[in-house]
Design a protein around this ligand. Sequence first.
Ligand code: GAR
Length: 204
Amino acid sequence: MLNIAVLVSGGGSNLQALIDAKTRGELPRGRLALVVSSKARAYALKRAEAAGIQTAVLRPADYPSSEHYAEALTALLTEAKTDLIVLAGFLVVLPKSFTQRFAGRIINVHPSLIPSFCGPGYYGLRVHQAALDYGVKLTGATVHYVTEVVDGGRIILQKGVEVHPDDTPETLQRRVMEEAEWVILPKAVALLCDKFTNTEGELP
Ligand code: GAR
């Protein structure tokens, strides 16, 4: 069984999608072992507690630098014997030392079809506002590996979602979550758990 750590900053609906997938038996080789939040009041923490998952809060403001923050995070992840790190609405940019250390074992879900509407500054509703401003008729979500380039790692799964003429950033965000993020994130995690298990624990 692989230990999965989920990093969150907000509502945690993607974390919930993982919890629900686990409950339905769709993550047979993975265990949701730890949830780390960058915000003390993130609703995601309540979801984790309700599911009996160990939680921790690590706030960037409590550390003098991004490197120090990443060191504390690494200590928590190592303590929990983490095999796979899932960024699910985690709004902290992690330094290169961290992404290199866990290369191939960190993934992120992003609410657009990368390479559109991604990179520094594109998060949450801003992504959907940008898609509406541009007038795209199709958007979606992407699960990708995390590297030092924000939203720049190799793509694992993507799913397209139609934009409706009367969409607001909020309605579009909701449709992208329901139709794409909550579908492809658990699927990508299951795929990686299979991949890692088949190599008998040897991670790339
Ligand atoms: C999700 O839409 C996720 O894709 C996005 O934040 C939301 C978090 O929602 N992440 C980014 O924009 C990262 N660039 P959640 O807390 O309900 O899962």
